[in-house]
Design a protein around this ligand. Sequence first.
Ligand SMILES: Nc1ncnc2c1ncn2[C@@H]1O[C@H](COP(=O)(O)OP(=O)(O)OP(=O)(O)O)[C@@H](O)[C@H]1O
Length: 240
Amino acid sequence: MPLVAVKGLGKRFAGRDAVRAVTLTVRSGEIVGLVGANGGGKTTTLRMLAGLLHPDRGTGTVMGAPIAAIRTRARRQIGYMGQRTALYPELSVAETLRFHAAVHGVPSASARTAEVIESYGLGPVVATRCATLSGGWARRVQFAATVLARPKLLLLDEPTAGLDVATRRDLWNWMQKLAADGCGIVISTHDLAEAERCPAILLFHGGAAHPQTTPAAVAASVGAASLEAAVLQIADGGMA
Ligand SMILES: Nc1ncnc2c1ncn2[C@@H]1O[C@H](COP(=O)(O)OP(=O)(O)OP(=O)(O)O)[C@@H](O)[C@H]1O
C-alpha cells in the first residue's frame, strides 16, 4: 500500500481555490517534488498531507488514514518540516533534540539523540542556543529534529531555500539516504535543478497540479530542453 494515495484534493480559502484537484501517490523509498510558482498551492498541499489542514475536496489515505481524518497513529509516522525555521530560541541544540524525543515518545531516546547528532554532524553546535545558530545550522538541526522519531513519510516545505551549497548537498544526501532506507519523501522546491533530481514531480500551475510525472516527461511534453525551460513555457501559457 502506498504511503500516500490521494485523489482530487482541493482546498479553498475565502472562496478562492488554493489547491485544485491534486492527485498524488508516494511509495516507500520515493522522492516526489512539488514544483511551481509562488502561491501555486504547494504548502497547502503539504499541510493537508500532514493533517494540519482539512481538505475541502478529495479522497484517499495518508499512512493508511483517511485524508480527511489523519489521527495520532498516522501522524506519528509523518515528519513535517515547514518553510520557516521553528526552534525554541532559548534551548540548546541538545535540549531541542531531547525535547523532540520526549514529545514523540522516541524509544531509547538518549541513544537515538546521540545517533542523530552524529549522523547529521551536529557535534560542533550541541551546546549552542538555537537563537544564535546560523540559518544553515538551524536548518540542519530542524531536519535532525524532524527525522528523530524515524518517520516513514517526510514532508519538507522548501527545505533547501536560502541555504549555501554545502548545506544543500548535505540535505540532499540525507534525503537520499532516508529514501534508500525506505522513507517516502515529498519536497517542495522552487529550484528546478533540484526538482530534476526528484524521480517524480507534481507541477503546480494556477492552483491546479498537472498529473504526477517525471521531470524529463514535463520537458518533453512541451518540447523543451530542460525542466526550467518547460516550466517557463508553461507559465507563459504554453500548456495551461
Ligand atoms: N491560511 C490561508 N488563508 C488564506 N489564503 C491562504 C492561506 N494559505 C494559503 N493561502 C493562499 O493559497 C494560495 C496557495 O498558497 P500556498 O502557500 O499553498 O502556495 P505555495 O505554492 O506554497 O507558494 P510559495 O511557493 O510562495 O510558498 C495562495 O494564493 C495563498 O495566498
